[in-house]
Design a protein around this ligand. Structure first.
Ligand SMILES: *Cc1c(COP(=O)(O)O)cnc(C)c1O
Length: 232
């Protein structure tokens, strides 16, 4: 047994648990997309995850993504960017990724718009929400979300497909469910607007330790790293 056989077994386990959580929420298994958060795992591990059937692969770091792109690691699966993207690296990412999950500031949105326009493409993206209003975290604060969402929706070379979040570390008084429920409420509020852009708007939340609770709260996309690839 090679180390990569674990990936297929891990994915089968994740999918079964995701399907169970979706059923609990009254939804079918196909209502949840599984994104492999590849982070530090090399091209062979990424290929194994695609062969095992992940729906997409997500990368956090531009350099790492470019290295694996050069190795054709993502052939056969959509590629997502899920990390913080600095405006000076926008040109290296836009047009290369199927979904930018981490549109986390209006300054970034303007840079993406400019690059996508110059390439003559429309970039699919999720608007990242700082659901815990944490000072050290990127993403739109709740109080500005509606204002900026409307401004981003006016940018013709960005197609807003949904929302993404990385909630705060849970505590006893604020368990993960608390933030997932808040995100879902926001998502439901803005869904009518998103339906002008996309038939199935995306709510990306939930990672290895909490994806079932995220799905029960309404997530349509989960991002799993360690549960799929093993400990980093
Ligand atoms: C690393 C990462 C994940 C996956 O985290 P795990 O806990 O390893 O599943 C998901 N989303 C983002 C944005 C990440 O950086």
């Amino acid at each position: 047994m090679t180390e990569y056989e674990n990936i297929a077994a891990n994915l089968a386990n994740i999918k079964a648990r995701a399907a169970q959580a979706a059923a609990k929420a009254g939804r079918g298994p196909s209502s949840v997309t599984v994104v492999a958060a590849a982070k530090t795992n090399g091209a062979d591990a990424v290929r194994a995850s695609i062969a095992a059937g992940v729906d997409a692969v997500g990368e956090n770091r531009v350099q790492e993504m470019l290295g694996k792109l050069a190795e054709n690691a993502y052939n056969g699966a959509p590629l997502h960017f899920i990390g913080h993207l600095q405006t000076n690296k926008v040109k290296q990412v836009i047009g290369r990724v199927d979904l930018l999950q981490s549109l986390d500031s209006f300054k970034l949105a303007e840079a993406v718009e400019q690059t996508a326009a110059s390439m003559g493409i429309v970039q699919d993206a999720l608007v990242e929400v700082n659901i815990g209003d944490e000072g050290n975290k990127t993403g739109f604060a709740l109080c500005d979300l509606h204002k900026y969402l409307h401004k981003i929706l006016e940018l013709p070379h960005i197609r807003v497909c949904g929302l993404m979040t990385i909630p705060p570390v849970e505590t006893e008084s604020r368990p993960a469910k608390y933030y997932f429920d808040r995100m879902n409420k926001l998502f439901v509020d803005i869904k009518p607007i998103l339906l002008d852009n996309i038939s199935s708007p995306i709510l990306s939340m939930g990672m290895s330790g909490d994806f079932e609770r995220a799905i029960e709260a309404g997530a349509t996309m989960i991002r799993v790293g360690t549960a799929l690839f093993g400990n980093r």
